[in-house]
Write a protein that binds this ligand. Sequence first.
Ligand SMILES: Nc1nc2c(c(=O)[nH]1)N[C@H]1C(S)=C(S)[C@@H](COP(=O)(O)OP(=O)(O)OC[C@H]3O[C@@H](n4cnc5c(=O)[nH]c(N)nc54)[C@H](O)[C@@H]3O)O[C@H]1N2
Ligand SMILES: Nc1nc2c(c(=O)[nH]1)N[C@H]1C(S)=C(S)[C@@H](COP(=O)(O)OP(=O)(O)OC[C@H]3O[C@@H](n4cnc5c(=O)[nH]c(N)nc54)[C@H](O)[C@@H]3O)O[C@H]1N2
Ligand code: SF4
Ligand SMILES: [Mo]
Length: 696
Amino acid sequence: MTRESRFRACPLCEAICGLDFQFEAQRLVAIRGDDADPFSQGHICPKGNAILDLETDTDRLKHPLRRRGNEWEEIGWDEAFALAGERLAAVQLKHGASAVGVYLGNPNVHHLGHIAYLPPLLRALKTPNVFSASSVDQWPHQLVCAQMYGHQFLLPIPDVDRTDYFLMLGANPLASMGSLMTAPGIARRLKALTARGKLVVVDPRRTETADVASEHVFIRPGTDALFLIGVINVLKRQRPPRLQGYAGKVRDLDVALAALSAFDVEMIAVHTGIAVATIERIACELDAAPRAAVYGRMGVSTQTFGTLTQWLIQLINLYTGNLDREGGVLPNDAAIPLTGEGTAPGARGRWKSRVRGLQEFAGELPVAALVEEIATPGSGQIRALLTSAGNPVLSTPDGRALEAALGTLDFMVSVDVYINETTRHADLILPPASPFTQYHYDLIFNSFAVRRVARVNAPLWPQAGDERADWEIFNALGAAYAQAAGKPFAALPEPAAVIAAGLKRGGSGLDFDELAAAPHGLDLGPLRPNLLTRLQTASGSIECAPSLLLDEVARLKAQIREPMPVDTLRLIGRREIRSNNSWMHNAARLVKGKPRHHLLMHPADLFARGLEDGTTVRMRSRTGAISVEARASETMMPGVVCLPHGFGHQRDGVRLTRAAAVVGASYNDLTDPAALDGASGNAALNGLPVWVEAAS
Ligand SMILES: Nc1nc2c(c(=O)[nH]1)N[C@H]1C(S)=C(S)[C@@H](COP(=O)(O)OP(=O)(O)OC[C@H]3O[C@@H](n4cnc5c(=O)[nH]c(N)nc54)[C@H](O)[C@@H]3O)O[C@H]1N2
Ligand SMILES: Nc1nc2c(c(=O)[nH]1)N[C@H]1C(S)=C(S)[C@@H](COP(=O)(O)OP(=O)(O)OC[C@H]3O[C@@H](n4cnc5c(=O)[nH]c(N)nc54)[C@H](O)[C@@H]3O)O[C@H]1N2
Ligand code: SF4
Ligand SMILES: [Mo]
């Protein structure tokens, strides 16, 4: 048999590494990092290799399945689309447009056939009840960019390859491979950085990234805003802001700074656990560094002051003159922009959630409200649900309650490749063909990349006749629904045409053929300043003091006056290189070896509770309780415990042969739908108050 080889980007994480896929007769036999990829330069991680398992997984669905009681039967595609379209339309006809809810999970952003083809379907459904994984993730980043720069995706990216000083909060790129910072081979890039300058990691756990950093600083969960206010106030004492580069396009920085001035640095030190001298030194180092970048990710977004923290990060980058500057933080002016004509700038509050009155952002409601919107009777209640590439039972707050609510729906359809904790509740599952059979252009991560890159990924082989590509599924679902609902629907053309049109709109001069002729992708150079010319605020300036953020400052002030809770542990998450949210535990290559589900606890916290290393403990929160094995770890800040999410596969009806044997409980059986970032409604998954005791 002849072995063929093709190059494509890996779709499994934000790093978009170029991989060399080797196959025989449409079966993958080997995957290597592509040394000729100018961006990833041969990098590959264990997940990239596990594509071999994912693509040959016998649990992976190939045909539409319809549930009959506890059994599943295969049905034809046309029948499946008609059924879904009719049921969704019927529910809306009877109960109104809001009665259909939608949940979109993380892999949607990794596939053009999902991300580009969902909007027409959503527009047709016209429901206010759209939810996604973004509100258990990066809403605070998007909201701050929408408020300050006028577009949720004018998102400054740390120029990791050129900066001299990198202050990183609540991110662990050595495990996550980088997020809102597409930087394949991040370990190599950070090594070069620490040789050239300094990397300071602020995290309640001494993470893998902290281990390679120049310095690690422990911080009490949820107090990053206070720490950053401390930094700003030191900078202010030092010198006026460096605003020469911003052509007068900076509004109300003085208003923002004035709001922050009333915080006492001694008080900040008490709350954060960071010494005054350390706060002052870091501020001085930031100020003195020729080029510096402050960056915060999951750990600072999924907390109660997530948006406030992201705003302060932007303000410090601006104050020090590092915003939109080489070696600082800059948006990526990608060949297909996420901004401008026809894109959603990130409006807020156009509608509210029915039960709790939470504000809409960018066309979605916070997913922390999903359970109550299904479970609370009344007009506007969700009675049918469409999920695409998502597993909210394991990924969103109070997964147990959500699971129970899913069982009460009149109809549920899932576009997914597995029968997992969520999709097992569906009436219909529509599994797309392998993404490797389709053209792909990364609409999202090219815009978050630390260099300007572009690539068109060609199919490895054609899809089989009885398969449907993701984009075909969304087009067909939209058409079937529209027909049943008596609405118009305009399907999008095939991916190659969508890519070509996007490139044309972007106006970079690149076209489809030129990119298709470059199988390793094109490197277009380092990041370059572009924020000032792309601002989409009404004033045309950077808005430093949005009222939404000033309100959050006031809320923080009120909160720190309350007594600090004693004896309550704070729970935080972690990611591990061989795991990916909830859905890769079925890959043999990833789950072999030592278990990775443990609760990490500082030895003193174990001792104080009479608990021993390695024993099973009971951990409870306001909303739930789980049993989990605890491990003593000096990497933890005392008072903070750490558990990965995405485990907890032992549930009836799940068809994941290998994952079923992976032990571990679900973090989100503990998380609290009431714990939200004040400004955005993003879930506050980190810093959750928990109690740990001996298992009875
Ligand atoms: N406690 C806690 N909770 C968290 C987090 C945390 O750190 N702590 N992290 C949060 C974050 S950042 C995120 S992004 C979310 C993720 O939340 P989700 O997106 O809801 O969860 P995933 O585990 O990514 O589930 C992906 C789903 O997509 C399916 N899938 C995989 N490939 C494809 C495909 O090509 N097409 C289709 N249609 N389906 C596919 C899988 O079978 C699975 O059902 O979890 C969030 N939840
Ligand atoms: N291997 C692997 N890679 C992944 C994923 C995966 O599941 N596995 N998921 C992907 C997804 S969907 C995303 S969004 C990205 C996320 O990418 P990252 O944000 O880089 O990843 P995390 O490991 O969640 O890092 C969050 C860090 O915040 C810390 N933290 C928790 N609370 C606080 C706090 O209050 N303050 C501070 N300063 N730190 C805090 C945690 O200890 C943790 O180290 O990773 C992506 N890459
Ligand atoms: S780092 Fe991310 S993109 Fe690269 S091989 Fe691993 S999973 Fe794929
Ligand atoms: Mo995420």
